[in-house]
Design a protein around this ligand. Structure first.
Ligand code: PHE
Length: 349
Protein backbone atom coordinates (compact mmCIF):
# COMPACT_ATOMS: atom_id res chain seq x y z
CA UNK A 1 0.00 0.00 0.00
CA UNK A 2 1.17 3.51 -0.72
CA UNK A 3 1.75 5.95 2.08
CA UNK A 4 -1.16 8.13 1.19
CA UNK A 5 -3.50 5.19 0.92
CA UNK A 6 -2.47 4.01 4.31
CA UNK A 7 -3.09 7.45 5.68
CA UNK A 8 -6.50 7.49 4.03
CA UNK A 9 -7.66 4.17 5.35
CA UNK A 10 -6.44 5.08 8.83
CA UNK A 11 -8.45 8.21 8.57
CA UNK A 12 -11.49 6.17 7.60
CA UNK A 13 -11.19 3.74 10.44
CA UNK A 14 -10.58 6.50 12.95
CA UNK A 15 -13.67 8.25 11.72
CA UNK A 16 -15.65 5.02 11.91
CA UNK A 17 -14.59 4.32 15.49
CA UNK A 18 -15.31 7.83 16.61
CA UNK A 19 -18.68 7.99 14.87
CA UNK A 20 -19.85 4.66 16.22
CA UNK A 21 -18.78 5.52 19.76
CA UNK A 22 -20.61 8.82 19.65
CA UNK A 23 -23.66 7.12 18.18
CA UNK A 24 -23.76 4.68 21.04
CA UNK A 25 -23.69 7.59 23.46
CA UNK A 26 -26.81 9.24 22.04
CA UNK A 27 -29.76 8.89 24.35
CA UNK A 28 -32.49 10.98 22.78
CA UNK A 29 -33.78 11.68 19.28
CA UNK A 30 -32.39 15.21 19.59
CA UNK A 31 -28.91 13.81 20.31
CA UNK A 32 -29.32 11.53 17.35
CA UNK A 33 -30.19 14.36 15.04
CA UNK A 34 -27.12 16.27 16.16
CA UNK A 35 -25.07 13.19 15.46
CA UNK A 36 -26.54 12.85 11.98
CA UNK A 37 -25.68 16.43 11.14
CA UNK A 38 -22.15 16.03 12.51
CA UNK A 39 -21.31 12.85 10.63
CA UNK A 40 -23.70 12.32 7.74
CA UNK A 41 -24.78 15.91 7.09
CA UNK A 42 -23.74 17.97 4.07
CA UNK A 43 -20.97 19.62 6.05
CA UNK A 44 -20.39 16.60 8.29
CA UNK A 45 -17.25 14.62 8.88
CA UNK A 46 -17.91 12.09 6.16
CA UNK A 47 -18.43 14.71 3.48
CA UNK A 48 -15.21 16.43 4.50
CA UNK A 49 -13.31 13.17 4.23
CA UNK A 50 -14.85 12.39 0.87
CA UNK A 51 -13.81 15.77 -0.40
CA UNK A 52 -10.21 15.09 0.53
CA UNK A 53 -10.22 12.09 -1.83
CA UNK A 54 -10.06 14.59 -4.66
CA UNK A 55 -6.57 15.53 -3.59
CA UNK A 56 -5.25 11.96 -3.94
CA UNK A 57 -3.32 10.93 -7.05
CA UNK A 58 -5.69 9.81 -9.77
CA UNK A 59 -5.01 6.09 -9.57
CA UNK A 60 -5.64 5.96 -5.85
CA UNK A 61 -8.96 7.63 -5.93
CA UNK A 62 -11.21 4.66 -6.93
CA UNK A 63 -10.10 2.55 -4.04
CA UNK A 64 -10.45 5.36 -1.56
CA UNK A 65 -13.83 6.18 -3.01
CA UNK A 66 -14.99 2.64 -2.59
CA UNK A 67 -13.80 2.51 1.01
CA UNK A 68 -15.60 5.77 1.68
CA UNK A 69 -18.83 4.39 0.30
CA UNK A 70 -18.55 1.33 2.47
CA UNK A 71 -18.10 3.58 5.49
CA UNK A 72 -21.01 5.74 4.47
CA UNK A 73 -23.30 2.74 4.17
CA UNK A 74 -22.13 1.40 7.48
CA UNK A 75 -22.80 4.67 9.26
CA UNK A 76 -26.21 5.04 7.65
CA UNK A 77 -27.23 1.58 8.78
CA UNK A 78 -25.94 2.19 12.27
CA UNK A 79 -27.89 5.44 12.31
CA UNK A 80 -31.12 3.74 11.22
CA UNK A 81 -30.94 1.05 13.85
CA UNK A 82 -30.08 3.55 16.59
CA UNK A 83 -33.03 5.61 15.48
CA UNK A 84 -35.36 2.68 15.90
CA UNK A 85 -34.12 2.04 19.43
CA UNK A 86 -34.45 5.68 20.45
CA UNK A 87 -37.91 6.04 18.93
CA UNK A 88 -39.10 3.06 20.91
CA UNK A 89 -37.59 4.58 24.08
CA UNK A 90 -39.25 7.86 23.35
CA UNK A 91 -42.66 6.27 22.90
CA UNK A 92 -42.26 4.28 26.10
CA UNK A 93 -41.35 7.45 27.97
CA UNK A 94 -44.33 9.35 26.59
CA UNK A 95 -46.68 6.57 27.53
CA UNK A 96 -45.41 6.36 31.08
CA UNK A 97 -45.18 10.11 31.70
CA UNK A 98 -48.35 11.25 30.04
CA UNK A 99 -50.59 8.48 31.25
CA UNK A 100 -54.15 9.70 31.92
CA UNK A 101 -55.45 9.29 35.40
CA UNK A 102 -59.09 8.78 34.65
CA UNK A 103 -59.95 8.78 38.34
CA UNK A 104 -59.04 12.48 38.79
CA UNK A 105 -62.08 14.74 39.26
CA UNK A 106 -62.97 16.62 36.06
CA UNK A 107 -63.87 20.26 35.45
CA UNK A 108 -67.63 20.68 35.39
CA UNK A 109 -68.79 22.00 32.00
CA UNK A 110 -70.40 25.41 32.41
CA UNK A 111 -73.73 25.71 30.73
CA UNK A 112 -75.15 28.92 29.34
CA UNK A 113 -78.76 29.90 29.87
CA UNK A 114 -81.20 32.31 28.35
CA UNK A 115 -81.45 35.74 29.90
CA UNK A 116 -84.60 36.42 31.88
CA UNK A 117 -85.57 39.04 29.31
CA UNK A 118 -85.34 36.53 26.46
CA UNK A 119 -87.31 33.95 28.40
CA UNK A 120 -90.04 36.40 29.24
CA UNK A 121 -90.19 37.64 25.64
CA UNK A 122 -90.61 34.09 24.39
CA UNK A 123 -93.30 33.36 26.92
CA UNK A 124 -95.21 36.45 25.80
CA UNK A 125 -94.76 35.60 22.09
CA UNK A 126 -96.26 32.21 22.85
CA UNK A 127 -99.35 33.68 24.50
CA UNK A 128 -100.00 36.18 21.73
CA UNK A 129 -99.27 33.61 19.02
CA UNK A 130 -102.18 31.59 20.40
CA UNK A 131 -104.37 34.64 19.82
CA UNK A 132 -103.15 34.97 16.23
CA UNK A 133 -100.53 37.71 16.69
CA UNK A 134 -97.31 37.56 14.70
CA UNK A 135 -94.02 39.17 15.69
CA UNK A 136 -92.70 42.12 13.68
CA UNK A 137 -89.55 44.07 14.47
CA UNK A 138 -88.56 47.58 13.60
CA UNK A 139 -85.55 49.80 14.09
CA UNK A 140 -84.18 51.12 17.40
CA UNK A 141 -82.69 54.26 15.87
CA UNK A 142 -85.70 56.10 14.60
CA UNK A 143 -86.59 59.35 12.88
CA UNK A 144 -88.46 62.07 14.73
CA UNK A 145 -91.12 61.61 12.07
CA UNK A 146 -91.89 58.02 13.05
CA UNK A 147 -91.20 58.29 16.77
CA UNK A 148 -93.42 61.37 17.15
CA UNK A 149 -94.98 63.19 14.22
CA UNK A 150 -96.75 60.30 12.49
CA UNK A 151 -98.02 59.26 15.95
CA UNK A 152 -99.84 62.56 16.21
CA UNK A 153 -97.15 64.30 18.27
CA UNK A 154 -96.16 67.44 16.33
CA UNK A 155 -92.86 69.25 16.95
CA UNK A 156 -92.97 71.37 20.11
CA UNK A 157 -96.21 69.75 21.26
CA UNK A 158 -96.30 69.54 25.06
CA UNK A 159 -97.11 65.81 24.79
CA UNK A 160 -93.44 65.33 23.90
CA UNK A 161 -92.68 65.78 27.60
CA UNK A 162 -94.11 62.29 28.15
CA UNK A 163 -90.93 60.86 26.62
CA UNK A 164 -87.50 62.09 27.69
CA UNK A 165 -85.61 61.51 24.49
CA UNK A 166 -82.07 60.54 23.54
CA UNK A 167 -81.26 62.68 20.53
CA UNK A 168 -78.39 61.82 18.23
CA UNK A 169 -75.89 64.18 16.67
CA UNK A 170 -77.93 63.87 13.49
CA UNK A 171 -80.84 66.33 13.40
CA UNK A 172 -84.19 64.51 13.47
CA UNK A 173 -82.73 61.14 14.47
CA UNK A 174 -83.49 59.74 17.94
CA UNK A 175 -83.29 56.49 19.86
CA UNK A 176 -86.88 55.34 19.88
CA UNK A 177 -88.57 56.18 23.15
CA UNK A 178 -91.19 53.45 22.66
CA UNK A 179 -92.03 50.74 20.14
CA UNK A 180 -95.05 52.68 18.85
CA UNK A 181 -93.24 53.90 15.68
CA UNK A 182 -93.40 50.23 14.69
CA UNK A 183 -97.17 50.74 14.37
CA UNK A 184 -96.64 53.07 11.41
CA UNK A 185 -94.01 50.84 9.80
CA UNK A 186 -96.32 47.85 10.12
CA UNK A 187 -99.41 49.64 8.80
CA UNK A 188 -97.52 50.96 5.80
CA UNK A 189 -96.19 47.49 5.12
CA UNK A 190 -99.47 45.57 5.41
CA UNK A 191 -102.06 48.13 4.26
CA UNK A 192 -104.83 47.40 3.31
CA UNK A 193 -104.70 43.94 4.98
CA UNK A 194 -105.95 43.47 8.53
CA UNK A 195 -103.15 43.42 11.11
CA UNK A 196 -102.52 41.50 14.31
CA UNK A 197 -98.92 41.92 15.44
CA UNK A 198 -96.74 42.39 18.46
CA UNK A 199 -93.70 44.60 18.14
CA UNK A 200 -91.05 43.74 20.70
CA UNK A 201 -87.75 45.50 21.20
CA UNK A 202 -85.57 47.92 23.07
CA UNK A 203 -86.68 51.42 23.86
CA UNK A 204 -84.62 54.24 25.35
CA UNK A 205 -85.43 57.08 27.72
CA UNK A 206 -83.14 59.83 28.89
CA UNK A 207 -84.03 59.33 32.53
CA UNK A 208 -82.47 58.80 35.91
CA UNK A 209 -81.87 55.10 36.55
CA UNK A 210 -83.77 53.93 39.62
CA UNK A 211 -85.16 50.69 41.01
CA UNK A 212 -88.21 51.20 38.77
CA UNK A 213 -86.72 52.74 35.63
CA UNK A 214 -83.79 52.01 33.32
CA UNK A 215 -82.62 54.20 30.44
CA UNK A 216 -82.90 51.13 28.20
CA UNK A 217 -85.69 48.60 28.55
CA UNK A 218 -87.84 46.31 26.45
CA UNK A 219 -91.24 47.23 25.18
CA UNK A 220 -93.90 44.93 23.82
CA UNK A 221 -96.23 46.78 21.54
CA UNK A 222 -99.43 45.26 20.26
CA UNK A 223 -101.40 46.41 17.22
CA UNK A 224 -104.59 45.09 15.69
CA UNK A 225 -106.27 46.72 12.69
CA UNK A 226 -109.44 45.56 10.99
CA UNK A 227 -112.90 46.57 9.89
CA UNK A 228 -114.77 45.77 13.08
CA UNK A 229 -112.31 46.10 15.95
CA UNK A 230 -113.74 47.58 19.14
CA UNK A 231 -112.64 48.52 22.63
CA UNK A 232 -114.10 45.19 23.78
CA UNK A 233 -111.51 43.39 21.61
CA UNK A 234 -108.76 45.38 23.30
CA UNK A 235 -110.04 44.52 26.76
CA UNK A 236 -110.62 40.87 25.89
CA UNK A 237 -107.15 40.47 24.42
CA UNK A 238 -105.43 42.07 27.40
CA UNK A 239 -107.43 40.22 30.06
CA UNK A 240 -106.69 37.01 28.22
CA UNK A 241 -102.99 37.86 28.18
CA UNK A 242 -102.92 38.73 31.90
CA UNK A 243 -104.64 35.48 32.85
CA UNK A 244 -102.40 33.30 30.71
CA UNK A 245 -99.30 35.05 31.98
CA UNK A 246 -100.18 35.45 35.65
CA UNK A 247 -102.95 32.98 36.40
CA UNK A 248 -106.67 32.52 35.59
CA UNK A 249 -107.88 34.44 38.63
CA UNK A 250 -106.33 37.77 37.53
CA UNK A 251 -108.46 40.88 37.06
CA UNK A 252 -107.67 44.00 34.99
CA UNK A 253 -108.92 47.50 35.66
CA UNK A 254 -108.91 50.10 32.88
CA UNK A 255 -108.33 53.74 33.78
CA UNK A 256 -108.94 56.52 31.27
CA UNK A 257 -105.69 58.17 30.27
CA UNK A 258 -104.12 60.21 27.50
CA UNK A 259 -101.85 59.13 24.67
CA UNK A 260 -101.65 61.27 21.51
CA UNK A 261 -101.86 58.23 19.23
CA UNK A 262 -104.91 56.54 20.75
CA UNK A 263 -108.43 57.78 21.38
CA UNK A 264 -109.84 56.83 23.77
CA UNK A 265 -106.79 55.80 25.79
CA UNK A 266 -106.55 53.74 28.92
CA UNK A 267 -103.96 52.40 31.27
CA UNK A 268 -104.54 48.90 32.58
CA UNK A 269 -103.85 47.86 36.16
CA UNK A 270 -103.76 44.25 37.31
CA UNK A 271 -104.75 43.13 40.78
CA UNK A 272 -101.50 42.78 42.72
CA UNK A 273 -100.20 39.22 42.44
CA UNK A 274 -97.95 39.72 45.44
CA UNK A 275 -100.63 40.48 48.03
CA UNK A 276 -103.68 39.31 46.08
CA UNK A 277 -105.16 42.82 46.24
CA UNK A 278 -104.89 43.28 50.01
CA UNK A 279 -102.22 45.96 49.68
CA UNK A 280 -98.42 45.72 49.92
CA UNK A 281 -95.24 47.64 49.18
CA UNK A 282 -95.20 46.58 45.49
CA UNK A 283 -98.71 47.91 44.78
CA UNK A 284 -98.13 50.85 47.11
CA UNK A 285 -101.02 49.58 49.26
CA UNK A 286 -103.58 50.11 46.49
CA UNK A 287 -104.04 46.44 45.55
CA UNK A 288 -103.42 47.28 41.87
CA UNK A 289 -100.28 47.51 39.71
CA UNK A 290 -100.10 49.36 36.43
CA UNK A 291 -98.90 47.08 33.64
CA UNK A 292 -99.57 48.83 30.33
CA UNK A 293 -100.84 51.72 28.24
CA UNK A 294 -103.42 51.15 25.53
CA UNK A 295 -106.23 52.59 23.45
CA UNK A 296 -108.04 52.65 20.14
CA UNK A 297 -105.73 53.75 17.31
CA UNK A 298 -106.26 57.46 16.64
CA UNK A 299 -107.91 58.21 13.26
CA UNK A 300 -104.95 60.41 12.27
CA UNK A 301 -102.54 57.55 13.02
CA UNK A 302 -104.66 55.12 11.00
CA UNK A 303 -104.55 57.58 8.10
CA UNK A 304 -100.78 58.03 8.46
CA UNK A 305 -100.49 54.26 8.16
CA UNK A 306 -102.59 54.30 4.99
CA UNK A 307 -105.87 53.00 6.42
CA UNK A 308 -109.13 54.87 5.92
CA UNK A 309 -110.39 55.69 9.44
CA UNK A 310 -113.96 55.63 8.15
CA UNK A 311 -113.57 51.96 7.26
CA UNK A 312 -110.89 50.63 9.59
CA UNK A 313 -110.41 50.73 13.32
CA UNK A 314 -107.85 49.21 15.61
CA UNK A 315 -106.40 48.93 19.07
CA UNK A 316 -102.86 49.26 20.34
CA UNK A 317 -101.10 48.67 23.62
CA UNK A 318 -97.60 48.93 24.98
CA UNK A 319 -96.06 47.38 28.05
CA UNK A 320 -92.68 47.27 29.71
CA UNK A 321 -91.27 43.78 29.53
CA UNK A 322 -89.15 44.04 32.66
CA UNK A 323 -92.15 45.20 34.65
CA UNK A 324 -93.97 42.03 33.63
CA UNK A 325 -90.97 39.84 34.52
CA UNK A 326 -90.54 41.67 37.84
CA UNK A 327 -94.12 40.95 38.85
CA UNK A 328 -93.94 37.38 37.72
CA UNK A 329 -90.68 36.63 39.57
CA UNK A 330 -91.07 39.13 42.42
CA UNK A 331 -87.99 41.12 41.47
CA UNK A 332 -87.86 44.43 43.27
CA UNK A 333 -85.21 46.30 41.28
CA UNK A 334 -85.05 46.68 37.49
CA UNK A 335 -81.31 47.35 37.63
CA UNK A 336 -80.66 43.64 38.18
CA UNK A 337 -81.62 42.92 34.58
CA UNK A 338 -78.69 44.49 32.80
CA UNK A 339 -75.95 44.69 35.41
CA UNK A 340 -74.71 41.19 34.50
CA UNK A 341 -74.59 39.83 38.02
CA UNK A 342 -74.54 36.06 37.58
CA UNK A 343 -75.92 35.52 41.06
CA UNK A 344 -79.11 37.12 39.81
CA UNK A 345 -79.13 35.71 36.28
CA UNK A 346 -78.40 32.13 37.35
CA UNK A 347 -81.65 31.94 39.23
CA UNK A 348 -83.64 31.73 36.03
CA UNK A 349 -82.91 28.52 34.20
N1 PHE B 1 -96.14 54.00 23.64
C1 PHE B 1 -96.79 54.20 24.91
C2 PHE B 1 -95.72 54.49 25.97
O1 PHE B 1 -94.59 54.55 25.63
C3 PHE B 1 -97.61 53.01 25.30
C4 PHE B 1 -98.78 52.81 24.40
C5 PHE B 1 -98.68 52.01 23.28
C6 PHE B 1 -99.98 53.43 24.65
C7 PHE B 1 -99.74 51.85 22.43
C8 PHE B 1 -101.05 53.25 23.85
C9 PHE B 1 -100.94 52.46 22.74
O2 PHE B 1 -96.00 54.68 27.11
Amino acid sequence: MLKKEIAMSEQFSALREQALAKLKATSTLTDLEQWRVAYLGKKGQLSLTLRSIGQLPKDERPQAGQAANVLKKLLEEAYASRQEVLKADDLARTISQEALDVTLPGHPATQGRLHLTTRTLREIYGIFAQMGFQVVRSREVESDLYNFQLLNIPPHHPARDMWSTFHTTREGVVLRTHTSPGQIHTMRRFCPEPIRVILPGRAYRFEQVTARAEFMFYNIEGLAIGRHITLADLKGTLVNFARRMFGPERELRFRANYFPFTEPSAEADMDCIICGGKGCRICKYTGWVEILGSGMVHPKVLANGGYDPEVFSGFAFGMGLERIAMLKHRIDDIRYFYSNDLRFLNQFS
